[in-house]
Every structure is written in structure tokens, then in C-alpha cells.
Design a protein around this ligand. Structure first.
Ligand SMILES: Cc1ncc(COP(=O)(O)O)c(C=O)c1O
Length: 401
């Protein structure tokens, strides 16, 4: 038997191909009405006011942090929040993806790392409380691997301290905590539609917010800093009547747009999101029960679901009893065709690139070290067949036999 279990499988089918070709054949391929429709349907699905489509989850994060920067001379007086100045601090978990961190440095702010719990893999709430200083302007909660961070507790902290709450939900699209979608609790939520994520547009990302000012600023930052895509563009046009409104620039922007072709794929995939997530949930639940005997013996601990959440496993992360077991299990799985990877980037502060940014570590990162040294995950793609799901169990069981 020659079975291969990749980290992710292609979920793009005939309907997506047809939708893509339709846009291609229309001759209008850049960002336009299909993107608008995708944004509208995505916002409706999650129950938020604004959704803004971009070319990756990393771009979504860059725009989220740029949107809270103190760099807009035209900000209405009615906007009362405290915006980010160089040297201000943003609290992040040590276990996260690199581009949850680099955009913080790109705004001139300092990333403050707190520990992640090896059981749920989410950022530790007590560590967050201890990391807050007068310079803290935001908490970036990263919902890790299809699970939920302790979002209600962190939302309370942000409310009390009057600081921004950004939810990097790139790994947990469609996951709910107490019946509310992750990414919609805070001021800004970000999502990734990279190939391996809960739904895909090949590359792509989305930013959601209920804040009109932030939404408009992001729409401007996404496209060169111009006003053209902003819902309140007329307010700027009135102020600068001598400038052609089609080429009126008010922000220090980027070009992080995607295309209508990618959005067309997204519209089809969005319809499949709940079905995909249910399947990921079932696969995770099944493996959890099959490996309970190993959990009882404490040789492995699969990711524990955060209270209040219904997980949609992005993969199946486990923490092994020792680094030696993890390393040997990895070799065994790979030899048997099951692709594996580390848990995200491990402890981000151990990555060499961190030397290029300003950062601070608050408290100990011993949980993050455990996740890095003893953690591993394999894929839980919604398209996995029953026999593939069972094959993983037999390979793992053989290792521990
Ligand atoms: C937590 C997190 N944030 C951001 C990103 C970046 O998303 P993208 O790959 O679409 O740029 C990822 C990607 O996997 C991620 O896991």
C-alpha cells in the first residue's frame, strides 16, 4: 500500500475552475465587482460590517497594524482611540507565524512576546496581564491551528485598558467561541486563504472590522493610499476640489490588492466553509479518541480545545513526552508517507530573523519552548478519506506498540 498523507490537499474543484474562467473570459480580471461580492458575502457570513479582500493573510496583518498607526493627518475628530507611535508596544504570543510579528516592526512598534500554553497552544492570559505597560497600545491575539484563544478574557482586558484588540485568525476561519465567529470579537480580524487554510483563493486574505474609520483607512492603504475605494471618498474630494478625484492620495499606502479571479474562487469556497470545518472537526475528534490511550499514558498530548470553542483542526498538533520521542515519531511518520511539520514557527524569539527587529520578552517562554522542542503536527484536510484517517491511526499505533 502506497498511501501519502500530505499536510494539505487541493480543495479546488470544477465549480471554482468554472468561476475563475468566467472572470478571465470577461476581460475584467483585476479587483472589481467580483471582489466586492466576495467581501459582501464574507462579511455577511461572519456577521460584520466590513470585509476587505487582499492578496494574503500577511498583507491583512500588515494593513491591520498600519491602520492603527498614528499617521493620518485627515483623521476625523470624532475618532477618539489612541493610535500607535514608534516605540509603542504590541503584545503577541511567542508561538505564531512570522508575519504576525514582522508587520509590527514595520510600523515602528515593538513586539512584546508572551508565553503560549503547550496544552491549548494559545497565548497565556496571565502572561498578557503581566506584559501590559503604559506603552501597550494593542494585543494581537493569534488563534492557533483551528482552536480559539481565550478571547473573552482578552477582550475584557482590552476594554478596561482602552487598547486595540487585533485577532490574527489566519488559522481559525469559521471557528466559533460561544457561538461567535473568531476574528469578530476585536477591533480588527485577519484571515488567510493560502492553499492550506480553511478555505483558499490560492493566495489571499481578508480583514474584517465594524469600525468605519478603520475600514476606510484600510481600503485606502490597500490601494496606493488613494481615496477611490473609500466609502467616504466624497469627504476628501470636497476638501481637495482641484485634484482629480480618481487620483487623490491621502495615505502612505501599498498595493496589496488581489484579483477578481481569486475572489471568484473564494466565492465558491465560502459556500463550502461550514462543511469543510465540520469535517476537520470530526477528523480531530476521531483521532483524539483513538489516541486517548496514549494521552492517558502521557506519551502524547493532542491540542486541548479551549473552553467555549468548537475547533476546526487546521492540522493535528501533538506535544510528545520528550524531544527524542518527537524526533523518532517524525521520522516514522515521514517514512510511512505522512507529512509532518513543526507547530507554526515554534518559539518565534528563537528564529534568527528576530535579531532584525525591536522586541521584548515578558516573563518566561517555557511553554513556547516545549511546543518548539516536543511539538509536531500532520494534516487534517477535509478531503481525507475514511481509510486515510484510519491509516494515520495505524501508523501512530505501530510506532508506540
Ligand atoms: C497565524 C498566521 N498569521 C498570518 C499568516 C499569513 O498568511 P499568508 O500565508 O496568507 O500570508 C499565517 C499563514 O499561515 C498564519 O498562520
Amino acid at each position: 500500500m502506497n498511501i501519502r498523507i500530505p499536510l494539505n490537499k487541493n480543495t479546488i474543484g470544477e465549480a471554482e475552475k468554472k468561476a475563475l474562467i468566467k472572470v478571465f473570459d470577461s476581460g475584467y480580471m483585476t479587483m472589481g465587482k467580483v471582489t466586492k461580492e466576495f467581501e459582501k458575502k464574507f462579511a455577511k457570513h461572519l456577521g460584520v460590517k466590513h470585509a476587505i479582500y487582499v492578496n494574503s493573510g500577511s498583507s491583512a496583518n500588515l494593513l491591520a497594524f498600519s491602520a492603527i498607526q498614528d499617521n493620518d493627518k485627515f483623521k476625523p475628530k470624532s475618532v477618539k482611540n489612541t493610535f500607535l507611535k514608534p516605540g509603542d508596544e504590541i503584545i503577541v504570543p511567542a508561538v505564531t507565524w512570522s508575519t504576525s510579528i514582522w508587520p509590527i516592526a514595520q510600523t515602528g512598534a515593538k513586539a512584546v512576546f508572551v508565553d503560549s500554553d503547550p496544552d491549548t497552544l494559545q497565548m497565556n492570559v496571565d502572561a498578557i496581564k503581566k506584559a501590559i505597560t503604559k506603552r501597550t497600545k494593542a494585543i494581537c491575539m493569534v488563534h492557533v491551528l483551528g482552536n480559539s484563544g481565550h478571547i473573552n478574557e482578552v477582550k475584557e482586558i482590552c476594554k478596561k485598558k482602552k487598547i486595540w484588540l487585533i485577532e490574527d485568525t489566519c488559522e481559525s476561519l469559521g471557528v466559533k467561541n460561544k457561538n461567535k465567529y473568531l476574528g469578530t470579537f476585536g477591533d480588527i480580524g485577519t484571515y488567510s486563504f493560502y492553499f492550506s487554510h480553511h478555505i483558499t483563493t490560492v493566495e489571499g486574505g481578508m480583514i474584517v472590522t465594524n469600525n468605519d474609520y478603520i475600514a476606510n483607512k484600510i481600503m485606502s492603504l490597500r490601494s496606493h493610499g488613494w481615496t477611490r475605494d473609500m466609502n467616504n471618498s466624497s469627504e476628501y474630494e470636497k476638501q481637495f476640489p482641484d485634484i482629480d478625484p480618481r487620483f487623490l492620495f491621502v495615505n502612505v499606502g501599498y498595493n496589496l490588492r488581489s484579483t477578481d479571479m481569486n475572489a471568484a474562487i473564494g466565492l465558491v469556497q465560502l459556500k463550502k466553509l461550514e462543511k469543510f470545518n465540520q469535517r476537520r472537526h470530526e477528523i480531530g475528534k476521531y483521532w483524539n479518541s483513538e489516541f486517548q490511550y496514549l494521552t492517558k499514558k502521557k506519551v502524547i498530548q493532542p491540542m486541548k480545545i479551549t473552553r467555549g470553542a468548537k475547533a476546526s483542526w487546521f492540522g493535528f498538533p501533538i506535544i510528545c513526552q520528550s524531544q527524542e520521542i518527537r524526533d523518532n515519531l517524525r521520522t516514522h511518520l515521514e517514512k510511512n508517507g505522512i507529512e509532518t511539520r513543526p507547530i507554526i514557527c515554534g518559539n518565534m524569539t528563537k528564529q534568527p530573523g528576530i535579531k532584525n527587529i525591536k522586541y521584548r520578552i515578558s516573563g518566561k517562554l517555557s511553554g513556547a519552548d516545549i511546543i518548539m522542542d516536543r511539538g509536531i503536527f500532520w494534516g487534517s484536510s477535509p478531503d481525507m478519506t475514511k481509510s486515510e484517517v484510519k491509516y494515520v491511526v495505524s501508523v501512530v499505533n505501530k510506532f508506540f506498540a
